[in-house]
Ligand binder design. Sequence first.
Ligand code: FAD
Length: 540
Amino acid sequence: MSAQPRARQALAASSDFLVLGSGIAGLVFALKAAAHGKVTVLTKRAAEESNTRYAQGGIASVAHARDSFAAHVRDTLVAGAGLCKQQVVEAVVADGPARIQDLVGWGVRFTHRAEPGKRHEFDLTQEGGHTARRVLHASDFTGQEVSRALLKKARAHANIRIIEQAMAVDLILHRGACVGAYALDTASGSITTYMARATLLATGGSGKVYLYTCNPDVATGDGVAMAWRAGAQVANLEFFQFHPTTLYHPKAKSFLISEALRGEGARLLDKRGRRFMVGVHPMAELAPRDIVSRAIDHVMKEQGDEHVLLDISHQDPAWVKARFPGITRTLKGYGIDLTREPIPVVPAAHYQCGGVVTSLDGRTSLPGLYAAGECGHTGLMGANRLASNSLLEALVIAGRAAADAVASHRALPHGLKTPAWDSGRATDSNDAVVVTNNWDEIRRTMWNYVGIVRSDKRLERASRRLAMLKREIHQYYWDFKLTGDLVELRNIATVAGLIVSSARRRRESRGLHYNLDCLKTDDRRWRHDTVLQRRPWEMK
Ligand SMILES: Cc1cc2nc3c(=O)[nH]c(=O)nc-3n(C[C@H](O)[C@H](O)[C@H](O)COP(=O)(O)OP(=O)(O)OC[C@H]3O[C@@H](n4cnc5c(N)ncnc54)[C@H](O)[C@@H]3O)c2cc1C
């Protein structure tokens, strides 16, 4: 049994399936599994809060006769820079159209194009790295629409119970298998034990590890940290995607300007008005994101500017407003009219390509534990994510994981009793400033030393600082009663440490990992995943 006994609490009723997270991965799993048993969904804030909700661009899936699975597979492999698992890519791409129909059946309203005399079909947009228009979207708030429809369906389902403000703290193990999780009620501070025959990690990404990110506050890598502490394998955490274009504005908390704008002709300019992507890559502004982010980073450092510009003002204003209503409205709130002037933008941490290692069916290396969505690692993304493949992966893998969990007929061991959480001698902290300071220092360290452009020296410096911070946080964690902030701080420290360890291991540059001290891609030695697993003596 994993030992975390720190506060005696009543055992919550167990369910068949326990889902941690209420983004697309968690809700798809819940809706599929609910046909076969009781599902409990724990989510650490309001159920609506997730990366899913903020996705603007859309979901990549082959949906037109002029496109093909082969082309989608090829584009994914090219972006993945030699690390994608081809059979995973082929399976996910092939499953796409059927899973999109699931979403439609659950009430997701994608944007359609209506041309006189023609059948209604999905309006497809194009994004960086795609050689065809294949991104389905719901205007420019696709994630919000997906989240709305799935939550409505899940809330109405008799077999699904969604518990908000319930933050999973650690997984519960019995004889090497996962049998549930401990969760903190962030409102009351109490800990509850949730048991299930199958547990799904659907906790999303870890953008909050970096100072600048377009991820919401919930993205603190909890799933990766919990899985690692429990002894599951994690992989490829050195590959973190930075979105090239988030709004640069003193009052904006990292508002993302969708790649779809560049898909519709927006140009990147330096502050002097020069279009700098032409000559950097044949696809110019639609080059893969790592190339665009590095080019922006280079221009900003070379010219000493705090941002570059994204300009779509040459397009028809009425069309721009109709195509991007959400972005138009938000920018207007900051006094920017995108139909008349360029938008100031900077790169920000966006997507975690690595995660908890899983099979195509979402199985992790621990029996009873599944992972899907951004916290999982199937091998679809390789060393870089092709735009809009992440919602697709979450959708497909969560569906497969549910089918696998249902079919496995695993049962909780008969008469199994887990110890309730015991807070021992932990007291209330009167020094919350320690949490805020450490949180800030980790994020700054990661941004400065483990960001878009890395070097051996920067990584070593980050490693030393994080080791020190981790020791301090560990001590604090065991001395004081748990709060949501403390749980998240411990998790971002763990994930930051794993990103640095993975980045130091990879002695080459590939995809999103760019190290000035080893610029070449070395296929002979490094064309493989960076897999990490906790050794028994490593700090939990
Ligand atoms: C601004 C933005 C734009 C994007 N645009 C696109 C796009 O156009 N196309 C695309 O394919 N992808 C896009 N992405 C990426 C995509 O949205 C995510 O990869 C995807 O939504 C992840 O889904 P998920 O279900 O894995 O996680 P999430 O949607 O992040 O859900 C995670 C859930 O887990 C909960 N949680 C976390 N930790 C715990 C815990 N300890 N206990 C309980 N609950 C917990 C969270 O509160 C949340 O409910 C975008 C991301 C962002 C941030």
